[in-house]
Design a binder for this molecule. Structure first.
Ligand code: PLP
Length: 395
């Protein structure tokens, strides 16, 4: 049998994945596991999903041949412009899908976790769209650091609840969200923001994000007369934009998949988020994956200049893509990413999110052939990062 990089019936990718949940959530998890594909495959669901992606999100996102960037790196470099989506990143693809699913499951309330606030904003947005009550859990420290996104969520009608436990950041917000869910699992749907968590979340989120590679196929066919690029490059925090950009190419082994993690101040600096290199097998938020942890299993606080990449784990599919060698995992430091981000501004007139700048930084780490077709998934725009760019470059 051919090796599959997709989830199996038990919710595993190789040895990674699964569903390790508190007993109180078990019945709900079962319902979600048994119904998500059925609901997603209904023609009326597909129709509503794709119509919102088109008219609300603004899809398809362009596939843009970046001429000056191509010249610089000696290959044909295309940018998949997720930065042009409504709310400025790929995250809205997933939240639109999940809000439609929540409605069909008869849910009354939505909860979400957020780190930098990007997923919180994308969730608050679709809750406004659907007229659903929305509570976003956010680390108390992140609330201080990300004031504009907190304001956005409030304007969109969401309640923002500070997570006061632990390091008061993303993983603590996730723990709070799970606690809140346990208090009312029948009425609440939890919109997770990446390909992490217990089965079916990693597969469900990857499927909603797979619209990225679905579009890439026909866009490349139009422009290059082939559906397959030589390489696809995407940054990985939890891994949802990469999962979406890789999805329809997983079984096309001739397409090189490159995942770029954030190595912060350097892989060995103690201030990094390069999970695949530094991580060991462990369980976080309901799934078995690669996880940055101490000898006795305490989670190590990740660091990156980019708030969207500092998750201590990666989704279970990425752990498997790493371990099986199907995807090549590179990493970029803060400095490399910031330089690559500024380079895109100067060469192409596009200000990227700092997360996406990590993917761009991988261009200088590879040797391409002149005719190679390389797609960089530009996961988001840089408006939210202006403060960081200003401080870093003393602008
Ligand atoms: C949140 C975010 C990411 C990281 O999340 P993934 O699930 O790894 O995609 C990357 N880029 C942008 C612009 C983001 O907002």
């Amino acid at each position: 049998m051919q090796k599959s990089y997709h989830v199996d019936e038990k919710g595993y990718y190789g040895q990674f994945g699964g569903s390790f949940v508190p007993e109180m959530l078990y019945p709900n998890m079962k319902i979600l596991q048994e119904s998500y594909l059925k609901i997603m495959n209904e023609p009326s669901f597909q129709e509503e999903f794709h119509s919102l992606l088109k008219d609300y999100v603004g899809r398809p996102s362009p596939l843009y041949l970046a001429k000056r960037l191509s010249e610089k790196y000696g290959a044909k470099i295309y940018l998949k412009r997720e930065d042009l989506n409504h709310t400025g990143a790929h995250k809205i693809n997933n939240t639109i899908g999940q809000i439609l699913l929540a409605k069909r499951l008869g849910k009354k309330k939505i909860i979400a976790e957020t780190g930098a606030g990007q997923h919180g904003v994308a969730t608050a947005t679709v809750c406004a769209l659907a007229g659903m009550q929305c509570t976003v859990y956010m680390g108390a420290i992140d609330i201080e650091r990300q004031a504009p996104n907190v304001a956005r969520m409030k304007m969109l009608g969401a309640e923002v609840v500070p997570a006061m436990s632990g390091s008061k950041t993303l993983k603590d917000a996730t723990n709070e969200a799970i606690r809140a869910w346990i208090s009312d699992p029948v009425n609440i749907h939890y919109i997770i923001g990446s390909v992490v968590g217990f089965h079916p979340y990693p597969d469900m989120v990857a499927r909603f994000q797979s619209v990225i590679s679905e579009e890439m196929k026909w866009q490349l066919k139009e422009k290059e007369n082939t559906e397959n690029p030589d390489y696809i490059i995407a940054c990985v925090g939890g891994g949802s934009n990469a999962a979406g950009a890789f999805y329809h190419y997983l079984d096309q082994e001739q397409v090189g998949l490159i995942a770029v993690e954030a190595s912060g101040r350097g892989v060995d600096s103690g201030a990094s988020a390069a999970t695949s290199v530094l991580g060991k097998e462990g369980i976080i938020h309901g799934s078995k994956t690669l996880l940055m942890q101490t000898e006795d299993g305490q989670i190590i606080e990740p660091y990156s200049i980019s708030a969207g990449l500092d998750y201590p784990g990666v989704g279970p599919q990425h752990a498997y893509l790493f371990e099986s060698g199907r995807a090549e995992f590179l990493n970029a430091t803060d400095d490399e990413a910031m330089k690559a981000g500024l380079e895109l501004c100067k060469l192409e007139g596009i200000i990227p999110a700092i997360e996406s700048s990590h993917a761009l930084a991988a261009l200088s780490k590879k040797r391409f052939k002149k005719d190679d077709i390389v797609v960089v998934n530009l996961s988001g725009r840089g408006d939210k990062d202006l403060d960081t760019y200003i401080k870093y470059f003393d602008l």
